[in-house]
Design a protein around this ligand. Structure first.
Ligand SMILES: Nc1ncnc2c1ncn2[C@@H]1O[C@H](COP(=O)(O)OP(=O)(O)OP(=O)(O)O)[C@@H](O)[C@H]1O
Length: 311
């Protein structure tokens, strides 16, 4: 399938000499939700800003729906909606005027029915006559999304969409993003919240120090790199790990009532049968046991720490 965004050999060195992006190659598929994860300063906003034509690349090429973002800027930009990290709108304007005006900026003919639909979808219709400054922070954020959608873009960038918002609004946003995708919009979001990527993304890209160190289907990533944790609920509380269990990397949890063992699902020998045998020999009993997959968070932390990964 033709990618909707194609990025090749993209680099960005700011005037300060700081290299914010190093030879980034990435293709975004039409209709997917792609989460770009990375620590502060990794280059996420730089990458988005280049695609949206706000920052000039130092070298490399980007196309959006087939349009070169430098040579064919206007056509490319029309395809894209951007919800930036910072909220900036005219505080004295009404919601309806702000969103309608945004559409006009892209040279699109007015379409009151469409604007009404997005305002309704974002639960902003009742507030359409309110001035932006009268709205809560969460509502202002919704206005930014409405503005970004006002010209019916096919691609939507959300830069840290839920930074600093409460749990309820975060859930609403997630729901909204899923609905948008249903309507055919391709979504690229940056986030610090692994939970957000885990909840929403089809694919995940990890960026660290300007390099895209990994791009993977979310489920495959979790399976491939995932470790599992075995938890044993001990029959009797344990105050310290016995010498006899020193061969395994174990941790006591829940005030000595639980024993945790992290193992790699790909290792031929997980170490579990021998651990259980040794425990039995030592007369350590357990009432229950369970295993769970490591979260994307644990995977992400280890990746960014090691700075390694396969692309
Ligand atoms: N205009 C600029 N001039 C010089 N350096 C810049 C400029 N903008 C960003 N940088 C630097 O480029 C690097 C990448 O910044 P960027 O904002 O893209 O990171 P980010 O991954 O979006 O971080 P955050 O999660 O904190 O928003 C940082 O080291 C930043 O200081």
């Amino acid at each position: 399938m033709q990618p909707i965004i194609s990025i090749s050999d993209l680099t960005k060195t700011y005037k300060s000499g700081h290299q914010a992006l190093k030879r980034v190659d990435l293709e975004i598929r039409k209709g997917e939700i792609f989460a770009l994860l990375g620590p502060n300063g990794a280059g996420k906003t730089t990458l988005i800003s280049i695609i949206c034509g706000i920052v000039r690349p130092s070298s490399g090429m980007v196309t959006a729906d087939g349009h070169d973002i430098v040579r064919d800027y206007r056509a490319a930009r029309t395809k894209i909606g951007l919800v930036p990290q910072e909220l900036h709108t005219d505080a004295f304007e009404t919601v309806l005027a702000t969103v309608s005006f945004s559409r006009g900026l892209f040279g699109k003919a007015p379409n009151p029915a469409y604007i009404e639909k997005i305002l309704r979808d974002l639960s902003l219709w009742d507030k359409r006559k309110s001035k932006i400054m009268e709205l809560s922070g969460g509502m202002k954020r919704r206005v930014m999304i409405a503005k970004a959608l006002s010209h019916e873009p096919e691609i939507l960038f959300l830069d840290e969409p839920t930074a600093g918002v409460d749990v309820e609004l975060r859930r609403d946003m997630w729901g909204l993003v899923h609905e948008l995708r249903q309507s055919g919009v391709t979504i690229i979001l940056t986030t610090h919240y692994i939970e957000e990527a885990e909840e929403m993304a089809d694919r995940v890209g990890v960026i660290s120090k300007g390099e895209l160190i990994l791009v993977e289907e979310k489920t495959a990533l979790m399976k491939k790199l995932g470790k599992k944790t075995l938890t044993l609920n001990l029959s009797e509380q344990m105050t310290a790990l016995p010498e006899g269990l020193a061969d395994w990397t174990l941790e006591l949890k829940d005030d000595g009532h639980e024993l945790e063992y992290v193992f790699d699902t790909h290792d031929e020998r997980t170490g579990i049968p021998s651990l259980l045998r040794r425990m039995s020999d030592l007369g350590i009993g357990f009432k229950d046991l369970n295993t769970r997959q490591s979260s994307l968070e644990e995977i992400f932390v280890s990746l960014v720490h090691d700075g390694a990964g396969s692309k």
